[in-house]
Design a protein around this ligand. Structure first.
Ligand code: GUN
Length: 292
């Protein structure tokens, strides 16, 4: 078993992004600028957004955090998005999900200018991605493809099973792995909460990508010998033994699955760190006008 080491790959790629950001500053006199909008105080969202902002500063981007309390109205939020769209000093806009129940995430996603949609959630970016046209690719699936590429994992002709069909991970991931690209060219199966006997499919996976949000969902008896395992799980449990007060668990029973795998991502230290890289790459590409 070999580790797909998110810490190693993300640090390496961050170095490259920092160099490109410096070249961009030299050329244009400004830094790539990412704005994150955070509504409320969800523990996970607070952590993720803080990490996004910190990493922007690390690579020489400008970052701005716009905060609202959870009683902000949808109209107020949409008006802010329109204002950010019109601001020429902004290259990328993300609105952290989930949003409070009274706000429709689809409305917000569609209101973000697709040319600044560095999350790649806008239907225009999703459609362009599916057609293999230049687009912003959702950060987590993008980060996973960068990791597979870095380790030279061969994917063409393989059976890739994606567990989970979310807009953020499972659905775009399945599109990327089926596309005529490297990584890609897989035969893809998507399993989800309504799939009976998921094990029947996971046992046949050469590449298993799990984003279902359930601790230890994938056990050793569900995995083929020699499979590549990508664990997107970010299951937070409170803990008295860690400084942060919580502990992170993946969707895969790492201890028992790892001995069967050819390659596997740890949690933490795997996909989570690569998500940031996807976002930084999209923001830099937006500043450089490489997508639109
Ligand atoms: N919530 C969980 N993942 C993400 C992400 O990649 N982007 C945004 N905006 N919200 C998220």
């Amino acid at each position: 078993m070999q580790l797909l080491d998110g810490k190693y790959v993300s640090e390496k790629l961050k170095g490259e992004i920092a160099e490109q950001a410096a070249a961009y500053l030299e050329k244009s006199g400004r830094k790539p600028h990412l704005v994150a909008v955070l509504v409320g105080h969800d523990g996970g969202s607070e952590t993720y957004v803080a990490s996004k902002m910190k990493n922007c500063e690390k690579v020489g981007f400008k970052s701005t955090l716009v905060r609202y309390e959870s009683d902000v109205t949808q109209e107020e939020l949409l008006a802010k998005v329109a204002e950010l769209n019109a601001d020429e000093d902004i290259d990328g806009i993300i609105v952290q999900l989930p949003l409070p129940k009274h706000i429709d995430p689809e409305k917000v996603t569609e209101r973000i200018d697709y040319k600044k949609d560095v999350d790649g959630f806008h239907p225009i970016n999703l459609g362009r991605m599916q057609r293999n046209l230049p687009s912003f690719i959702p950060a987590t699936p993008f980060g996973i493809t960068l990791m597979l590429k870095e380790y030279g994992i061969e994917t063409a002709g393989k059976h890739c099973v994606v567990v989970g069909r979310s807009n953020i991970v499972g659905s775009p991931m399945s599109i990327l792995m089926a596309r005529n690209t490297q990584p890609g060219n897989c035969t893809v199966t998507i399993c989800h909460s309504r799939t009976p006997d998921i094990k029947k499919f996971t046992l046949d996976a050469d590449i298993l990508i799990v984003a279902i949000g359930k601790k230890n969902f994938i056990t050793a008896d569900m995995v083929k010998e020699g499979a590549v395992i990508v664990d997107v799980g970010m299951n937070r449990e409170t803990s008295t033994t860690t400084k942060s007060g919580y502990k992170l668990y993946g969707d895969v029973d790492f201890e028992n699955v790892a001995p069967k795998a050819s390659w596997i991502t740890p949690v933490p230290g795997g996909v989570g760190l690569m998500t940031i890289i996807g976002l930084l790459r999209n923001t830099l590409a937006s500043a450089n006008g490489e997508v639109y």
